[in-house]
Design a protein around this ligand. Structure first.
Ligand code: 7TS
Length: 404
């Protein structure tokens, strides 16, 4: 579909938050990699649940409990279809990518990682895909290896091949970098991990809103993401895992819901996914998430990708000769990360905010990556389906003034 065929104005009309002034200027929201805004359908679904269906799930036989349970489980099926997992039981609700990674790190490690084993991560991971593995290594005497990052913000695939060995038990790698926008060759990374018998966790937090995801086609062992980065609510995350692994892994948290039978002599655990869903979950927001998936499906990822690529190209061309861009890989999502010569990124962020423009500044929870480039942080503009070229023009003019 050509840009003119996507009706961006009617898409924008779905997002109440966009229609306001900030510091006396129309809001320009370019912090979508941190979290996206929510369409009315998501807000309404959450509100509807609290106004009509609020009840705890999986345990009551009364009507409200049945309605709440059905809506909650409907989202699981939507997610299953959205990422094409074989079974809906392979979809586990967590509170975000961070919790999904922690679940795997903690539980997979207990079952499968021993002293001397090696875990590989990349040099462009978000802290949430670094620190849990550092803790695993400390606790189990395993060794952490890191795939280096090349100058354009791409992974050094030759170096990755050399890091892999029979000792590698887990590769945990980001699909799309939040700080640079790089789309990593994840299929090759997965195949290489499997060729030495390692398992692989893909951090899909920045990928799902922009790229088609088919976990069976990718053949990844685990895939983690957060609802709030794809027009859904905060406090909901997904962990996809292959059944045979999830079945073999011990519970991550324990309490209600995750048990089959509790006796003081010993407890048996529930089947997946419930084994990994202890306690009352974030029912309202899980239900709201289904509307976010519907929103994306109604537009179509292919159209989203195409339109966002136009925004990326427009912004990159405008910034190219004015600032230092970080992340110039050939394959990118719509993220522009840059530094203005002689100006601290925080100051740039504050001056842009004064013009109603919301960008992220700092290290983006990727301190080792910033260190790799010898910087403390960047200014990051990241785009979503409701952004426009006109907004980018206002932004470019503001950046131009800062450069001068
Ligand atoms: N992995 C990646 C690649 C991310 O971009 C983020 C969040 C996370 C993991 C953690 O997700 P959470 O939902 O559990 O917090 N990234 C960002 C960001 O770039 N700016 O704010 C949050």
């Amino acid at each position: 579909m050509h840009q003119s065929k996507l009706n961006i104005e009617s898409i924008r009309a779905e997002f109440p938050v966009l229609h306001q002034q900030v510091n006396g200027k129309p809001l320009i929201y370019f912090d979508n990699a941190a979290t996206t805004q929510k369409p009315k359908s998501v807000i309404h679904a959450i509100r509807h649940y609290y106004e009509f269906d609020n009840a705890n799930i999986h345990r009551g036989i009364h009507t409200l409990a049945e309605r709440a349970t059905a809506a909650f489980e409907d989202t699981r099926v939507s997610v299953q279809q959205f990422i094409n997992s074989r079974e809906k039981e392979e979809i586990i609700f967590t509170k975000g990518t961070t919790e999904s990674v922690n679940l795997v790190a903690s539980s997979f490690a207990k079952a499968f990682i021993k002293a001397g084993d090696e875990i590989i991560i990349s040099g462009m991971e978000h802290h949430s895909n670094i620190v849990p593995w550092q803790i695993v290594c400390e606790e189990r005497g395993a060794v952490l290896k890191v795939i280096p990052v090349l100058d354009h913000g791409e992974l050094d695939m030759e170096a990755y091949q050399k890091l892999l060995s029979a000792k590698t038990k887990m590769v945990a790698c980001v699909y799309v970098s939040n700080a640079l926008g790089t789309i990593n060759p994840i299929k090759k990374i997965i195949e290489a991990a499997h060729s030495v018998g390692a398992k692989i966790l893909v951090d899909g937090a920045q990928a799902v809103a922009h790229l088609d995801i088919d976990v069976q086609e990718l053949d990844c062992d685990f895939f983690a993401f957060s609802a709030h980065k794809l027009y859904g609510p905060t406090g909901v995350g997904i962990l996809y895992g292959k059944r045979e692994l999830l079945d073999a892994m011990p519970p991550y948290q324990s309490g209600g819901e995750m048990i089959k039978e509790v006796r003081f002599e010993g407890t048996t655990y529930n089947e997946i996914p419930y084994k990994f869903e202890a306690g009352t979950p974030n029912i309202a927001d899980v239900i709201g998430f289904k509307s976010a998936i519907d929103f994306i499906n109604n537009i179509g990822k292919i159209h989203i990708r195409k339109y966002e690529n136009e925004l990326l190209e427009h912004c990159t061309n405008g910034l190219k000769n004015k600032v230092t861009l970080y992340g110039t890989a050939l394959q990118k999502v719509a993220v522009c990360s840059f530094v203005i010569k002689g100006m601290h990124h925080f100051d740039a962020g504050m001056m842009l905010d004064a013009k109603g423009i919301a960008v992220r500044t700092g290290h983006h929870c990727t301190q080792p990556l910033m260190e790799r480039f010898g910087i403390e942080g960047t200014v990051r503009a990241s785009f979503a389906i409701y952004n426009t070229k006109e907004e980018i023009d206002v932004f470019l003019e503001a950046v131009e003034k800062l450069v001068k």
